[in-house]
Design a protein around this ligand. Sequence first.
Ligand code: ZN
Length: 223
Amino acid sequence: MNGAREIHHGVEFENPIGTPVLAAAGGTVVFAGEDSGGELAPWPNFYGQAVVIEHHPAGWEQPLFTLYAHLSEVRVVEGETVQAGEVVGAVGMSGSADGPHLHFEVRAGENAYANSRNPELWLTPQEGCGSLAGRLAAPSGQGIPALAVTLLPLDSESPPIYLQTYEAGEALSTESLRENLAIWNLPAGRYQVEFVAGGLHRLEVAIRPGERTFFSWPQETSP
Ligand SMILES: [Zn+2]
């Protein structure tokens, strides 16, 4: 919210109350119930009824966690093992929510608020779609936060997509990328990235199905 509020740590999936919420991957339930005392966030009753699943993906040294919040119903208990696609609860608006939706988070290493990563980079794009991650930095190398970025599809008549950067290298960035901009599920094709930083800049990126495209500005040059 233009720097006035702390950055949002998850992705919202708007759905009617009672819509089943499915586990994103297999794992062990490490939290199931009311976040009344602020067990999952710095504020009490922020996530309402919530579920957290711990995952150990092959090739990863540290655990990953997925968090499902604002549920109307929790259908698993702590310690339970779940498979990908298993129902863990139902969409609601418990806790700090102004309408029925699923708040979905990915946390790396530790189930802590500060360990959230942008979930858009961790979701598999749907068929024919890919994802885009970018890092927009000042000449000092510092990521530029809250920069308005427009994505114009060049191969279709689809409307532009409006994005905003977050702080690179801090909350939400995936360590290996240090991105401060990400979006999944972009239909494959060419896009023009536009933003104003000491003048108008335009870059072209290509999105390929099932792949992630990364761009940086200014272009990082290898020594
Ligand atoms: Zn949310």
